[in-house]
Design a protein around this ligand. Structure first.
Ligand code: TRP
Ligand code: SF4
Length: 406
């Protein structure tokens, strides 16, 4: 019923505070955020409550982890001038929405989420048979739905959580989107668009409802997106009316998969803190050099005179990220004919990574020396985010019949 994208130009994404970030975060997430922030209305937040779902025993580390991570965001180029940066726990509306959504969340939906079982097995030393951890996807849904965001940039591993979010939005709208006199109110809203637009809307609606023309639905939605003279409420009604259902209170978000391939780490596996194969964004030039110098190479290339097979070498994987095609061709030739040694091959890589990190580290030093600035970015961002979430919660409460003491 409710596949509309609502305020679909809005993007939200969160990251659990894991402390300092590495090149995997930079290439896999941050570069994408930095691009999105220029084209969409973006909200990026620190998911500190989510961190507690698995690390509830060590809350003391949170503050440091949050600060270090946010400094890395800023240093990488995520900009408080272009996006709203905030901290989840400073916006209590997330918790309220989590509670309300929990009322309509069937247990089976949560038990089916693959990460629930997988993480319990992977983090055996922790007791993750908790209510909070089972509800992880409900909290994540609240994060997204509180902003009525249309797009959520995430990695493959988060798709199952987003699926819960979409199902919850649908269920919520189905249960609570049926206001009395919906059709009359929708018709009045149609008229508010003006004669021409109203006729066009009715036309498109009919084409979709009577002839199932998906294209008509798309066009009508685009038309609603660009309508200036409609209140948010009327617009949501008209989105719902298009498909015949009730009012859409919580639009379904769409996952936006990060386009970059997975970033290889120092051992050829995906770069990840848990593999201990990362290069930190704060890795000093000498450290980068020694990390690359000590990287394993093609194990069959024992002596300098042995030709190598780049496909079997983790260094080669990193060249895919950092080195242009032409130079890569030369290195390939050099390796397979034993024309170059592994150190010759590593040198340009060391230089590229150092060059990439230099400006990031310079900005990180500036932010690190001004904790007050970082703090105020977070506080102000959280207040701005809260304004948005507050509006959604007002509607949610009203829809659920919880506005009687107002
Ligand atoms: N679960 C996400 C992760 O581990 C973090 C997250 C929390 C998130 N809330 C979110 C991501 C909302 C996108 C939208 O990466
Ligand atoms: Fe790997 Fe380069 Fe050595 Fe070949 S020359 S084995 S690609 S490091």
């Amino acid at each position: 019923m409710t596949t509309n994208q609502g305020t679909n130009q809005r993007v939200i994404s969160g990251m659990r505070p894991t402390g300092r970030l590495h090149l995997g975060h930079y290439h896999g997430v941050l570069k994408n955020w930095i691009e999105l922030q220029h084209n969409y209305e973006c909200f990026f937040f620190v998911a500190d409550w989510h961190a507690l779902t698995t690390h509830y025993e060590e809350p003391g580390d949170l503050q440091q982890y949050v600060t270090e991570m946010v400094i890395d965001w800023l240093a990488a180029g995520v900009s408080p001038g272009s996006a709203t940066l905030f901290v989840q726990s400073r916006v209590p509306e997330h918790a309220e929405l989590h509670l309300l959504l929990s009322m309509i969340t069937p247990l089976g939906w949560l038990e089916r989420v693959p990460t629930w079982k997988d993480q319990q097995e992977q983090l055996r030393e922790k007791d993750l048979a908790t209510y909070g951890f089972l509800g992880y996807p409900v909290l994540q849904s609240a994060d997204v739905l509180a902003y009525r965001a249309g797009m959520v940039p995430v990695g493959e591993d988060q798709v199952s959580h987003l699926e819960v979010t979409r199902e919850l939005a649908r269920r919520f709208n189905h249960l609570y989107g049926r206001e009395p006199g919906f059709a009359e109110k929708a018709e009045q809203a149609v008229d508010k668009m003006g004669k021409k637009a109203a006729k066009r809307y009715r036309d498109l609606r009919k084409r979709f409802q009577e002839h199932g023309e998906d294209e008509a639905l798309e066009v009508a939605r685009a038309m609603l997106e660009s309508q200036q003279n409609l209140s948010l409420k009327d617009r949501d009604r008209l989105f719902g009316y298009l498909e015949g259902g009730g009012k859409i209170i919580l639009p379904e978000p769409h996952p936006k998969l990060t386009p970059t391939a997975k970033m290889p780490g120092l051992d050829g596996r995906k770069m990840s803190k848990s593999y201990g194969n990362t290069i930190s964004l704060r890795s000093e030039p000498q450290e980068v050099e020694s990390q690359i110098r000590t990287m394993p190479t093609d194990p069959a290339r024992v002596r300098r005179t042995d030709p190598g097979t780049p496909e079997k070498c983790p260094v080669w994987e990193l060249h895919q990220v950092y080195t242009g095609e032409e130079e890569r061709g030369e290195l390939y030739e050099g390796c397979t004919t034993a024309g170059i040694g592994c150190l010759d091959c590593k040198k340009p890589l060391i230089a590229s990574i150092q060059e990439e990190l230099a400006p990031i580290q310079e900005r990180a030093r500036e932010y690190a020396s001004d904790p007050g600035l970082v703090r105020s970015i977070m506080v102000e961002g959280s207040e701005a985010a809260r304004e948005e979430a507050r509006e959604t919660l007002e509607e949610v409460r009203r829809a659920m019949g919880l506005d009687y003491l107002r």
